[in-house]
Ligand binder design. Sequence first.
Ligand code: SF4
Ligand SMILES: [Zn+2]
Length: 265
Amino acid sequence: MQVSLLTKSKDKSKASFILKDVSPSIVNMIRRYIIEEIPTMAIEDIEFRNNSSILYDEIVAHRLGLIPLTTDLKSYFLKEKCKCKGAGCARCTVKLTMKGKGPCILCAGDLKSKDPKIKPVYSKMPIVKLLKKQEVELEATATLGKGKTHAKWSPGLVYYKYKPYIEINQNNIKDPNKIKESCPQDVFKVEKNKLKIDEANLSKCHLCAACQDISPGIKLNDKETEFIFYLESWGQLTIKEIVKEVFDIFKEDLDEFTEALKSAK
Ligand code: SF4
Ligand SMILES: [Zn+2]
């Protein structure tokens, strides 16, 4: 498989890659490993000491669970792989507290973490609005978890599409402007009454075939071995960490599978 970077956002939270010489099943495996297998930190248990806000404990707890927390995979372990055997200790859980009295809006930044490395990614995410005399006080426990258990532990958004190839047969193009206007992604341009591909926008083509449907001069191709792969981190881990983790975890799973095969002989 050949991998090359196509785009990267300024804040490095989004990136796209070209993948070549790879089968759809492997690309989908990478997508599913990212969504389901890479651990991140999220709030799992909450002890409410006071809640006189308009929101029930369950709603506040749900909102807290969905707050992305910065994740340190070097210092923390999944509960089931931790020495405490799932009981919960400083190697697999982190405590966060929140306290507020109205009038105010409690935001993610009001969560005070016992570990400065584990904190809300976006401090301005609102959790609950408190009116005069309303109060909230709670202690939350965050743990490492996987997206296959709950989407709150997924590290980001990931999707892919076939890399588009477009052939233009100028002899069969009657109205280049009509074809240009038919494309919702601005993939074409017209120069000296000739239809051309705007290379800067080609990767935006989503293979809807609107251009091909209105003109026999357009032929769309997609190779089943070339993909554009998009990855957007929700902030718990960097794009680099996510990509590294995918292959580390995949290798671990392969090793486990090989061992299981050996012992089955
Ligand atoms: S397939 Fe759709 S998006 Fe792609 S070039 Fe044709 S009209 Fe544009
Ligand atoms: Zn533990």
